[in-house]
Design a protein around this ligand. Structure first.
Ligand code: ADP
Ligand code: ASP
Ligand code: MG
Length: 441
């Protein structure tokens, strides 16, 4: 069985949904199709939730109406028969009635999560209506019946696997096509929740791992992972092959094409991940697998919104246990640390989660002087084994000439050199690295 996941732009227009239908019905292998919401929908739902949270009902209402209109314009081009159009109308009516009811009741976080789930529910139901109209046999699976996260928000892969296998066992080999939602899940309170923005990639990889699929295909609007962020830098190129480790680092450090956590489930079961372009289905894209050749720097990614914290303490000098105490504070507030550098009298760490920053800073002050730099960017240079190459670090630093580097991490992993710079310098740093560190330049 294989997984085919389609992102927001791949389903964002009626003609694109038709293309998706063609792609998922091409092969012979049994397939689970995972769909995102139509592009723009999750942003719109987030904005509706924000207006409701601010008790601005007129604003929430106008945002709901605008989104509603988008769907009313969408479905007549998606399906043609009176029967299919009636079905599509009913689906849209049901979900927008739900959103409109929220204008009349008191708002809370659980409702907000319900709002965010509407996008994937709408896209999968509308796609399913299209399949029905074309008489393509398929099974509709509700992700809320098998996708779940634990009390820490982590996916429960064993339980997901058990539930999904039980559900699939109800269908015979003759059932070849299954359609389900990306992103949405149930949480430990059995409420609707989600896998965070971009989470449909994560769903696809988790579903692939849950059933030990033959391949996890992520179909998007670009021909694979590029060597640098195409939104920021000109002249980027697709990468034919990446190892799981390389792809995981790039995803974690900001390559938006993949959700930050989306590699580990597939990696755990050695399931190849392919990044493919819905608009250009014959392009090679990127194949992500266990072993790849060593070819120097493969790609660069950047993550914005990073905060650097420096703790200076004369007492740290030669004191064992100091770092443990520092880390315990971050652990207490469930705040992951990304980069770390130390000297004899100071330690600098970076975080991108700032929800509990004030509490963390308050506790760190007990150890010494604490300094903060916000609006930083981590730039992560990735390539199989590059941290062991004699020349990579030199070429990275040479390429960064004229750019102030706030922190540098080398040797933490074999595949990664990371630098921290002020966010204002990110674009320039990515452009200079693009010219300076790739062997094909
Ligand atoms: P989807 O809606 O299909 O999930 P996303 O917008 O989440 O698509 O991801 C695809 C986008 O990621 C691309 O259009 C591109 O702008 C952006 N992107 C950022 N970094 C990279 C990269 N290194 N390689 C390819 N795409 C990237
Ligand atoms: N629809 C969700 C989002 O926009 C999930 C996804 O597209 O992967 O974040
Ligand atoms: Mg995405």
């Amino acid at each position: 069985m294989k997984i085919m996941k389609f992102g927001g732009t791949s389903v964002g227009r009626p003609e694109r949904m038709h293309q998706v239908m063609d792609l998922v019905t091409k092969g012979d292998e049994r397939t689970i199709v995972v769909l995102s919401a139509l592009s723009g929908t999750t942003n719109a739902l987030t904005a509706i939730g924000e207006a409701l949270a601010a008790a601005d009902r007129p604003l929430a209402k106008s945002r709901i109406d605008e989104l509603h209109k988008h769907y009313l314009d969408f479905y007549p081009q998606l399906v043609q028969t009176a029967e299919a159009r009636k079905k599509a109308e009913d689906i849209i009516k049901e979900h927008f009635e739900f959103l409109n009811i929220l204008l009349k009741i008191s708002f809370n976080e659980a409702l907000n999560l319900d709002i965010l789930a509407q996008g994937e529910l709408l896209s999968t139901k509308l796609f399913f209506t299209l399949l029905e109209e074309k008489q393509i046999p398929a099974v509709f699976l509700s992700a809320l019946d098998f996708m779940s996260i634990d009390v820490n928000g982590e996916p429960e892969l064993d339980k997901i696997s058990e539930r999904l296998k039980t559900i699939l066992a109800e269908y015979g080999e003759a059932e070849k096509l299954f359609v389900t939602q990306g992103y949405i899940c149930k949480n430990h309170r059995n409420e609707v929740d989600n896998l965070k923005r971009g989470g449909s990639d994560y769903t696809a990889s988790l579903v692939a791992a849950a059933i030990q699929a033959s391949v996890c295909e992520i179909w998007t609007d670009i021909d694979g992972m590029h060597n640098n962020d195409p939104r920021v830098v000109d002249r980027t190129r697709p990468i034919a092959e990446l190892s799981f480790d390389e792809a995981a680092e790039l995803a974690y450090f900001g390559a938006k094409i993949l959700h930050p956590a989306s590699i580990w489930p597939a990696q755990q079961f050695n399931i190849p991940v392919r990044l493919l372009n819905t608009m250009q289905p014959d392009a090679h894209g990127t194949l992500i697998k266990a072993e790849v050749s060593r070819e120097g720097v493969k790609a660069i990614a950047a993550k914005d919104g990073i905060t650097a914290i420096k703790i200076k303490s004369s007492r740290m000098l030669l004191a064992y246990g100091f770092l443990r105490k520092v880390f315990e504070i971050f652990e207490k507030y469930k705040t992951p640390i990304d980069m770390i550098t130390t000297s004899e009298v100071a330690v600098s760490v970076t975080v991108d989660e700032t929800r509990f920053l004030n509490e963390i800073l308050g506790e760190l002050k007990a150890f010494g002087m604490v300094e903060l730099d916000s609006d930083q960017a981590i730039i992560c240079i990735v390539g199989n084994g590059i941290a062991e190459d004699e020349g990579t670090l030199r070429s990275v630093l040479e390429a960064l000439r004229g750019i102030k580097v706030r922190m540098l991490s080398h040797g933490g992993s074999r595949h990664n050199v990371s630098v921290l710079v002020d966010s204002k310098l990110k674009k320039q740093a990515l452009a200079q690295l693009n010219e300076g560190v790739f062997s094909w330049n």
